[in-house]
Ligand binder design. Structure first.
Ligand code: ADP
Ligand code: MG
Length: 236
C-alpha cells in the first residue's frame, strides 16, 4: 500500500547542499505496523514527512495506494492528506482551549460532519484509547500519556489508510511508552490502518512486525539476503 522508489533528499542552505536520504527503496503492506528505526540525524523525520506529503523529495517516487504523491499539486496533496493520512506527533500538538472531545472531533469539523455524528465518533475513539471519562476536560488537565491517547484518537477519526507517528513515545516514561505502544498495536490489529512509527529505540521497534533501519540516510539492507531488511541484532 506504500511504496518508496529511488527516494533521495537533500537540504540546501545557501550554497551548501546536505544529502539526507540516499536512494531509498522499500514496500509497506496494507495493515502492517512498521518501525522506522535509526539514531538521531539518520533522516527518519525527513523520510516520514516526505511520505506524509508534507514536503517534496529531491528525487524519487512515493506511491500510496497506487498514487505517486510526489507528482500531486499542493491542492491535490492537501485533499489526499485529509482523506488518507493521519499524523501523531511527539509533542501531541493538541489545541489548549478546546476540550479533549473537541480536539478529537476537529478533523471532522473541517469536513462539515454533523455535530451529533462527530461527537459519537469521538466518544467511541476515546473509549478505544481508554479515556472516555476525560472527554470534557482540557489538554492541560491530562498527563502526557493521556494527551498522546487524545492525539491517537484524533488521528483515527477520519479513518485514514495510513498513520505516521514521529517518536510518539519520545516524551513519555517507559511504563507509559509501553501503554501507548500496546494501544497502537491493538488499534492496528482491530482496524486495517497501516502504522509507520519513527523511533530511535530498538526496544520500541522490536514490538512491530517490520523494521526499516536508516543509517546516515541509507537504508540498512543485506544484499546477500536479496535486499531483505535487517532486523534485530543483524542491523547493528
Ligand atoms: P532524525 O529524525 O532521524 O533525527 P532528521 O530527518 O530530522 O533526522 O534529520 C536528518 C538530517 O537532516 C540531519 O542532519 C538534520 O540536521 C538535517 N535536516 C533536517 N531538516 C533540515 C532542514 N530543514 N534544513 C537543513 N537540514 C535539515
Ligand atoms: Mg526526528
Amino acid at each position: 500500500m506504500l511504496r518508496v522508489e529511488g527516494l533521495s533528499h537533500s537540504f540546501t542552505n545557501g550554497t551548501e547542499t546536505t544529502p539526507v536520504l540516499r536512494s531509498i527503496n522499500f514496500n509497506i503492506k496494507q495493515g502492517e505496523i512498521v518501525a522506522l528505526l535509526g539514531s538521531s540525524g539518520s533522516g527518519k523525520s525527513t523520510l516520514l514527512n516526505l511520505m506524509a506529503g508534507l514536503m517534496k523529495p529531491t528525487e524519487g517516487a512515493i506511491y500510496i495506494a497506487d498514487t505517486n504523491i510526489v507528482k500531486m499539486s499542493e491542492n491535490q496533496l492537501s485533499e489526499f492528506r485529509r482523506k488518507h493520512i493521519g499524523f501523531i506527533f511527539q509533542a501531541y500538538e493538541l489545541i489548549d482551549n478546546l476540550t479533549v472531545r473537541e480536539n478529537v472531533e476537529l478533523p471532522l469539523v473541517f469536513q462539515s460532519v454533523h455535530p451529533k455524528i462527530r461527537k459519537q465518533k469521538a466518544m467511541e475513539l476515546l473509549t478505544q484509547v481508554g479515556i472516555p471519562d476525560k472527554a470534557e476536560l482540557f489538554p492541560s488537565q491530562l498527563s502526557g500519556g493521556q494527551q498522546q491517547r487524545v492525539s491517537i484518537a484524533r488521528s483515527l477519526i477520519t479513518e485514514p489508510s495510513v498513520i505516521f507517528a514521529d517518536e510518539p513515545t519520545g516524551n513519555l516514561d517507559t511504563k507509559t511508552e509501553e501503554e501507548i505502544l500496546a494501544i497502537l498495536k491493538r488499534l492496528n490489529a482491530t482496524m486495517s490502518t497501516t502504522f509507520v512509527i519513527v523511533t530511535h529505540e530498538r526496544e520500541v521497534a522490536e514490538q512491530t512486525q517490520h523494521i526499516i533501519t536508516l543509517r546516515d540516510g541509507y537504508l540498512v539492507t543485506d544484499p546477500a539476503a536479496g535486499g531483505r531488511q535487517l532486523i534485530g541484532e543483524e542491523a547493528r
